[in-house]
Design a protein around this ligand. Structure first.
Ligand SMILES: [Cu+2]
Length: 144
């Protein structure tokens, strides 16, 4: 009897921990949501600085820090991608991971001459990508 109660308590504790873990996990994205480059195509030649317009369909934009279902803010990845582990964490903020936490939908980008890859990733109010992640195709541009 005592053993059974202990076992049940252990089970309840384990389930509670599992529940908390999933509750603190990532924000879901709606089916069909996507981000894309409006004005740039894979292989495009541009002159720096150049405009990058961020397209989004199936979701809305909210500034960083504002928690609202089915929203997020844009991130531009330059010459980098996110690994599987990075897709579950807050996106870093540096020269290759640009945040548009104000809710911006375009940006002027300055890059040195040569080939560069660009990718858009939407992330939630705490900068963590959604599940499934809402990411654009990686495009390569040539800066003249
Ligand atoms: Cu961010």
């Amino acid at each position: 009897m005592v053993t059974l109660t202990r076992t049940m308590l252990a089970l309840v504790a384990a389930l509670t921990i599992a529940g908390l873990t999933s509750a603190s996990a990532q924000t879901p994205s709606p089916t069909g949501a996507r981000v894309y480059f409006i004005n740039l195509k894979d292989g495009q030649k541009v002159k720096s600085p150049f405009l990058v317009q961020f397209g989004l369909s199936g979701m809305g934009i909210a500034p960083a820090g504002v928690e609202k279902p089915n929203t997020g803010h844009h991130h531009l990845l330059i010459d980098t991608t996110l690994t599987g582990d990075q897709l579950k964490a807050s996106i870093p903020a540096d020269d290759t991971h640009k945040h548009f936490g104000g809710g911006q939908t375009e940006a002027m980008v300055t890059l040195p001459k040569g080939k560069h890859t660009l990718q858009l990733v939407l992330a939630d109010w705490t900068h963590i990508p959604h599940v499934p992640p809402v990411m654009s195709q990686v495009i390569t541009i040539k800066v003249r």
